[in-house]
Write a protein that binds this ligand. Structure first.
Ligand SMILES: Cc1cc2nc3c(=O)[nH]c(=O)nc-3n(C[C@H](O)[C@H](O)[C@H](O)COP(=O)(O)OP(=O)(O)OC[C@H]3O[C@@H](n4cnc5c(N)ncnc54)[C@H](O)[C@@H]3O)c2cc1C
Length: 375
């Protein structure tokens, strides 16, 4: 089976690249929306047009089967996915690509790669999904060669502890990849950053990622029980404890470390029973202020909606999610929380505008009144 390749310059896969006509249409729409815009459409670069600096080191023969100096691999591991990264890549500017990209299949491979980096004086840069936005994967280390270590082959759920509801998962597992495996056990990690599709467990831990579950546990910190990493001074592993009050948490050293202390190889994480029922609804508000009051009421109600995202009128209009001038509150529920949450938000919205709007029980509708929309 042919493996799909990621785009050279942006989010998504090569085969999902917009055609020139589609891109020009988007450009026109953006120009209309913003009231100004570029005169020309810029073409994404072709691989054969890139001028990458030659690699400064070659992997030893013993590592050649898991290392690559292929221009596609070097270019697609040169940047994260911040706006500035996309612009530089779209313009074909790859000034500091990694010299070599390594793809370890297990910890033994990883150890050999790290040993080689240490001997060669090369910078070793862990790479998960490459969705980071703060330059963490960018090999801007002009004084040394750089070896980017792609953890993508360490992608398995290794162990499931049904009794304690925990799972041992390799660091390179992506959101969909680990959820697919957990699903076979009736479980979910329930951590959904917006970059879920490509980002990885190791990346989430290294960046202290926040998921989009609106309430209760939302940060990856909430899920980590223990971490295993290969550091410059050898393997390191924190004790797996249900909770600990003994001094500073060693996990906290690795959580948010951006890969500078070692390469995370796996972690025990708390998992949950997969939800059987899911529901969603959207509420329209006259303005951001009213929406914000509804969100506060929900947050303080302890009803714990699983999704609670308020789009201001500008963002709602840009994404065509709401009529012009309206703020949109997107809500999600698991199991039976919907009715109570929705009614709390609607009541808060009504209170915000000082009116008592009627509600048709059980009906889903978009309300013409400024404050309520559904239920
Ligand atoms: C469209 C978009 C939406 C996003 N949404 C969110 C969001 O909702 N919440 C959020 O928190 N962030 C979000 N981000 C930022 C980013 O997705 C997160 O920081 C994510 O956790 C990065 O994971 P990754 O696997 O892609 O890591 P990478 O980008 O590959 O790496 C990020 C950093 O972690 C290090 N690293 C990666 N893997 C390891 C490892 N195994 N061991 C040690 N270090 C490692 C890297 O060296 C680098 O410093 C978003 C980014 C984009 C572009």
């Amino acid at each position: 089976m042919l493996q799909r390749r990621r785009k050279l310059w942006g989010w998504g896969y090569e085969d999902g690249q917009a055609s020139r006509e589609e891109a020009e249409q988007v450009g026109l729409g953006a120009r209309e929306h913003l009231g100004f815009g570029p005169g020309d459409y810029e073409h994404p670069p072709r691989l054969e047009d890139l001028e990458l600096p030659p690699p400064r080191i070659e992997p030893p023969a013993t590592l050649s089967s898991i290392c690559s100096t292929d221009p596609f691999e070097r270019a697609t591991h040169a940047y994260g996915k911040a706006y500035r990264d996309l612009v530089r890549a779209l313009r074909g500017r790859f000034d500091h690509p990694p010299d070599v990209v390594a793809f370890p299949a297990d910890e033994a491979d990883l150890e050999r790669v790290l040993d080689w980096c240490a001997d060669a004086g090369a910078a070793a840069i862990p790479f998960g999904g490459g969705t980071g936005v703060v330059g963490g994967v960018e090999p801007r280390v002009p004084q040394a060669a750089a070896v980017t270590i792609d953890l993508g082959r360490l992608d398995r759920v290794l162990d499931v502890d049904q009794l304690s509801r925990a799972a041992r998962i390799q660091a390179g597992a992506t959101g969909p990849g680990l959820e697919e495996q957990l699903k076979t056990h009736g479980l979910t990690l329930r951590h959904y950053p917006q970059s879920f599709e490509y980002s990885t467990l190791g990346g989430w831990i290294a960046t202290r990622a926040g998921g989009h579950f609106a309430t209760l546990q939302t940060h990856i910190d909430d899920f980590v029980e223990s971490i295993r990493a290969l550091t410059p001074s050898g393997a390191w592993e924190s004790r797996r404890l249900p909770g600990s009050g003994a001094g500073p948490s060693p996990d906290r050293m690795l959580i948010g470390s951006e890969g500078i202390l070692g390469v995370i190889t796996e972690a025990w994480v708390r998992v949950q029973e997969a939800p059987r029922f899911k529901e969603s609804a959207a509420l329209l508000f006259d303005g951001f202020e009213q929406g914000a009051q509804a969100v506060r009421a929900l947050a303080q109600s302890r009803l714990y909606p699983s999704n609670c995202r308020l789009l201001d009128p500008g963002e709602a209009a840009l994404t065509s999610a709401a009529p012009d001038g309206r703020a949109l509150l997107v809500l999600g529920w698991r199991a039976g929380w919907r009715a109570r949450s929705s009614s709390a938000a609607t009541t808060a919205g009504r209170r915000a505008s000082g009116e008592a709007s009627p509600r048709a029980p059980g009906a889903t509708r978009s309300c013409a009144r400024p404050t309520c929309a559904t239920t």
